[in-house]
Design a protein around this ligand. Structure first.
Ligand code: NAD
Length: 352
């Protein structure tokens, strides 16, 4: 690990750290990470009822609040020294292509929360942006050149979800420029790992394909449906790298209000990802392609020149290793659900 400043080197262990979206995948992992570093004053927030959270870390103040309301944001950040905003109405391609209004409405979370954090005198504020903020015209070929931070402008982001991220990034930049707030912005590229959405319509490719392989093994129907032609390419970042990166980015003064890629630079086609998962599952399935399913941009990779330059580090967990852990976790969830035990699968998609 590098010697970059982190929460552990900059903060007192009883400083209040607030994580929103903590009932979800990355927020839940971030709370666990700070807890494991010895922080004793953590507040975790999500709009999902507590029993539906993927993980709840013992000893952490866990609140069910809808942060699209201003007063809930004010309550959420009371007394906080740092705020990490991981709350968003989001999902994999199937969700973000079909529920653009829901995605856009996350702007309410980000606008109310950053203002509340500013008024509460929060010292550092982290925002989880996405590679979907990049210009889609640059992502029409599976053999893409990796996206560097300047590729977001001129802007032609993913409709709905990507534009919301771009606008919320700008809030972070202007709160820094006009109000001197220390904001940090990471553009995540496909994060995967245990304790995330694996079913229900919001799951992303690594979890969805792991579940499909498990289902095929269970049912004896040795076929797998792949969205598109499977030649679309992506990079995949393991969750442990993601939380480490969030910590380093938030505490780096050279990165205040400066969007930075947080993703793996190892590129895989969806077909290659399926092969990796099949290896873990010990099975080879017949592939059926669905050309009408949502497939997203043709290709996307993270250019890690900037993060290497500023932090001397980049996400580096090999896919093979991360997928094995993810698959094992989903297999357990699948078995638990079959046995009638409650499992925190994805929130169903509704237009409430
Ligand atoms: P997730 O869906 O597992 O978690 C997000 C959480 O936010 C959910 O638990 C949801 O209930 C909560 N939430 C939604 N609306 C809320 C509201 N109004 N008030 C309070 N909580 C609310 O998603 P994730 O994968 O953990 O993503 C976390 C962040 O990272 C999001 O901002 C997402 O856009 C971003 N991101 C994730 C990925 C990825 O690959 N997972 C990629 C790029 C960006």
């Amino acid at each position: 690990m590098s010697e970059n400043p982190t929460a552990a080197t900059m903060r007192n262990k009883d400083d209040l750290i607030v994580v929103t979206g903590a009932g979800g995948f990355i927020g839940g992992a971030l709370v666990r990470y700070f807890h494991d570093q010895g922080f004793t004053n953590l507040r975790a927030i999500d709009k999902k009822p507590l029993p539906k959270w993927y993980q709840r870390t013992p000893g952490v103040e866990s609140l069910c609040l809808d942060l699209s309301y201003r007063e809930n944001c004010v309550r959420a950040v009371e007394g906080a020294v740092e705020v990490y905003n991981l709350a968003a109405d989001m999902g994999g391609m199937g969700f973000i292509e079909n529920f653009r209004v829901e995605c856009l409405r996350s702007v309410l979370i980000n606008t109310h929360l950053i203002e509340a954090a500013y008024r509460a005198g929060v010292d550092r504020y982290f925002f989880s942006s996405s590679a979907c903020a990049y210009n889609t015209d640059l992502q029409k070929d599976p053999h893409v050149r990796a996206l560097k931070e300047s590729d977001a402008y001129p802007a032609m982001a993913e409709r709905g979800y990507g534009w919301e991220k771009l606008l919320s990034e700008m809030f972070c930049q202007e709160y820094a420029a006009e109000r001197n707030m220390k904001t940090a912005i990471a553009r995540f590229h496909n994060v995967y790992g245990p304790n995330g959405t694996w079913d229900g319509g919001r799951e992303k490719a690594p979890a969805a394909l792991s579940r499909k392989v498990i289902e095929a093994k269970e049912s004896g129907n040795h076929e797998i449906v792949i969205w598109g032609d499977g030649e679309q390419t992506r990079s995949f970042m393991y969750i442990d790298d993601c939380v480490k990166g969030i910590d380093m980015i938030t505490h780096c003064d050279d990165l205040i209000a400066t969007p930075i890629n947080l993703g793996s630079s190892e590129l895989f086609s969806i077909n290659a990802l399926v092969s990796e998962i099949e290896k873990v599952g010990g099975i080879t399935l017949e592939r059926r392609y669905d050309p009408d399913a949502p497939r997203g941009v043709a290709g996307r990779n993270s250019d890690n020149t900037f993060i290497q330059q500023v932090l001397g580090w980049e996400p580096n967990t090999p896919l093979k290793e991360g997928i094995a852990k993810t698959y094992a976790w989903i297999e357990t969830q699948y078995a638990d659900r079959k046995a009638g035990k409650p499992t925190p699968a994805g929130e169903s998609v509704d237009h409430g």
